[in-house]
Design a protein around this ligand. Structure first.
Ligand code: GAL
Length: 680
């Protein structure tokens, strides 16, 4: 066992492979990792048993009786993983709870306060305590695997065995153990080891609206105007496949009939504060100007008639990033990196490249399937880093060590429960997820989905299938759900106020993301992260801590308007009216359609800005301090909000305190103006 940083240990089993997440992505751990207090490794030398031979490697990692297991990155179908079997395979359509997802990660967390990362790009299988083995402690101590009929339920099987990890086609692997004082601390160490969490530009925290596929320059600009005229907050307009001469696969060339002057369009949009983001995938069409150069630098399979660049090769990165550099020069401020996942089941079709694909850099198709998302993300950062610009984009695939990458995952699936579960699981594996909102079957559904997406790392409205915003789609439609029939104007007003809530929280979220960057703690996380010792929260995947002071409980579309909310220890106050609740208890709420279940921790202070339509480098926020209790403190981060300077020069951090009368620490600055105190 080798100690590699404070509380981080590496245990090598057999002969690790040449290509693994650590070796491919070369993470640069945050310097803050070594500032954390040290902790001993929870496993002694020899505790992790290894059976490595030609063809596969199996690890056995101890699992205590009262430990529960979480993690494996984005998991849409389950939350607590104790007793389950999970295959870590990047896939666009997890048809069942098998482990596949857009961003699965070979990393798990235990409620005993440690995390384990198996450094492999293989489709590794994790057996999370459900397999009792001959000769094991569990056999000697007579652990029941299936105590009775009911015992078939996975929870009863959870503690009948250790954790087993089977890695196909590998003769070994490095195992990294993150020893925390708590589960949250172990997660933070994993994120800091990956390089620290991604830090968005201020505009990244606003609303991203993806326009209709068939839009053109004129329509984009008319959309931009419409939002401003109707005072709908929006920072980014996204163009979908139609902007290119060929989209499936991509040419990375503008369709000049629809977009005669992209530079002018970006300039015009920027005048009213918009950034433009472009959809693409990396499969490169034969008519693309970079096809010939990429041909020898790509894998030996096609996807949709496009070649797959091998981003492990610096020449391939140069060519690809070079083409995108020209696009960025035209004024584009971000990309949506689609379809870098692949699909094996029938939900979204069966497509992608086979596992036996060979890439010139040496990876095979299985390894590339795991790494393509992050390699693509990394390549696409170059044009922005070169210009000292911070970006915030979207990607449909991710994997291990993703924390520092400023891309948020999304999906073609749309079940709202799965989408909310994704928000919980992603946070426990260093990936970010947006439960994006598209067209909906009813006005109620639209409202409930919007109320949830504004509490995610990226508030995306993906209207690529419809020409006008989802809140306008009901102008001529019957409301399928029946009763609730606000007219178009009323519905627009309702949506606007949801967006405004997000905009009011931008300063608060910005600070929470700075904590993600510097301390590795994700800004939006399920209760288990903060309250791992509270047995009541172990299965709660639909309540979130947002920053340190807020608790958000979304009303999930399709599960009725009544919902149970468990408030952990302490006192909590309704964010909007201050109604007080004792923690350690559950409550049933029936929130009206415009009501959001948001609670503030007692004795907390939440900076709340007058909503702006978008955030620019010179935006000044007028901040009310919402005080819950007698005394509270919060932090505000003051920096340019757009450049990469925060990496080399620490931003100003204002520590603000108030007792409801006097305010200390709100020093005059160029970003925030003190408005008032609102006490609850
Ligand atoms: C899908 C993607 C959607 C949309 C669509 C356009 O792969 O998930 O959000 O961009 O492509 O073809």
């Amino acid at each position: 066992m080798e100690k590699i940083a404070s509380g981080v240990y590496r245990i090598t089993a057999g002969e690790p492979e040449k290509f693994t997440p650590v070796k491919i992505l070369k993470p640069v751990p945050s310097e803050n990792l070594d500032r954390l207090p040290d902790n001993p490794c929870p496993f002694g030398d020899g505790d992790i048993k290894k059976k490595c031979a030609e063809g596969s490697c199996t690890l056995e990692i101890p699992l205590g009786d009262d430990e529960d297991i979480y993690g494996f990155g984005l998991q849409l179908k389950s939350f607590r993983q104790s007793g389950r079997k999970k295959v870590i395979r990047v896939n666009s359509d997890p048809a069942a709870d098998l482990g596949d997802s857009h961003g699965p990660v070979p990393f798990y967390l235990s409620t005993a306060g440690y995390g384990v990362f198996v450094d492999t790009s293989r489709f590794a299988t994790f057996y999370c305590g459900g397999s009792k083995r001959k000769g094991s402690r569990q056999e000697r101590e007579n652990y029941p695997s299936v105590p009775n009929e009911e015992g078939h339920h996975f929870e009863h099987k959870a503690h009948s065995g250790n954790m087993f990890v089977r890695i196909p086609s590998a003769k070994g692997a490095d195992v990294y153990v993150f020893a925390g004082s708590t589960m949250k601390d172990a997660l933070a160490r994993y994120n800091l080891f990956s390089g620290g969490g991604a830090f968005p530009p201020l505009w990244g925290l606003g609303i991203l609206y993806r326009c209709w596929w068939h839009t053109d320059e004129e329509h984009v600009l008319s959309m931009a105007k419409q939002f401003r005229d109707e005072k709908i907050p929006c920072d980014v307009l996204g163009l979908e496949p139609g902007w290119q001469t060929n989209a499936y696969s991509c040419t990375f060339e503008w369709d000049s009939e629809k977009y005669p002057d992209p530079e002018r369009m970006c300039r015009e949009a920027a005048k009213s504060g918009y950034k433009i983001n472009l959809w693409e995938h990396c499969y490169t069409h034969p008519t693309s100007p970079v096809f010939k150069m990429l041909y020898p630098l790509s894998g030996d399979s096609y996807v949709w008639d496009g070649i797959i660049p091998d981003f492990t090769l610096s020449e391939a990165r140069d060519v690809f990033a070079g083409r995108h550099d020209e696009i960025v020069e035209q004024g584009i401020m971000g990309f949506k990196l689609d379809e870098c996942d692949g699909g094996d089941y029938l939900c979204t079709g069966n497509w992608g490249f086979p596992e036996f694909t060979k890439f010139p850099g040496g990876l095979d198709g299985e390894q590339m399937r795991s790494e393509l998302g992050l390699l693509y993300q990394k390549t696409m950062l170059r044009p922005f880093e070169k210009r000292n610009i911070r970006v915030w984009g979207q990607s449909r695939a991710s994997h291990a060590l993703a924390a520092p990458y400023p891309y948020v995952l999304y999906s073609d699936l749309y079940d709202h429960s799965d989408f909310i579960r994704g928000l919980a699981t992603s946070a426990l594996g260093g990936v970010m997820w947006s439960p994006e909102v598209r067209q909906t079957g009813s006005r109620e559904e639209l409202i409930r989905r919007l109320q949830a997406v504004i509490f995610s790392p990226l508030a995306v409205i993906n209207a690529y299938m419809i020409p006008s915003p989802p809140w306008k789609q009901y102008d001529h439609d019957r409301n399928l759900a029946g009763d609730f029939l606000p007219d178009a104007q009323e519905l627009t007003n309702m949506c606007r106020s949801i967006f405004e809530l997000r905009m009011s929280l931008v300063p608060y979220l910005y600070e929470a993301f700075y904590v993600y960057y510097s301390q590795g703690i994700p800004p939006v996380r399920p209760l288990i992260a903060d309250y791992a010792d509270d047995m009541n929260v172990r299965d709660i995947w639909d309540e979130f801590m947002v920053g340190d002071s807020l608790l958000f409980a979304p009303v999930i579309w399709g599960r009725g308007d009544r919902r149970n909310v468990y408030l952990p220890e302490g006192k909590w106050k309704n964010f909007f009216d201050g109604t007080e609740y004792d923690g350690g208890k559950s409550y049933v709420f029936s929130p009206g359609l415009t009501e959001i279940l948001l609670f503030a921790r007692d004795e907390s202070l939440v900076p709340f800005a007058d909503p702006v339509l978008c955030s620019g480098a010179d935006t000044v926020y007028d901040v009310s301090l919402r005080l819950y209790g007698k005394h509270g403190a919060c932090r505000l981060i003051v920096d340019d909000g757009t450049s990469l300077r925060y990496r080399t020069e620490k931003p100003d951090v204002l520590l603000i305190e108030t007792d409801g009368k006097d305010v200390a620490g709100f020093e005059p600055n160029e970003r925030y103006r003190f408005k008032d105190i609102i006490a609850f």
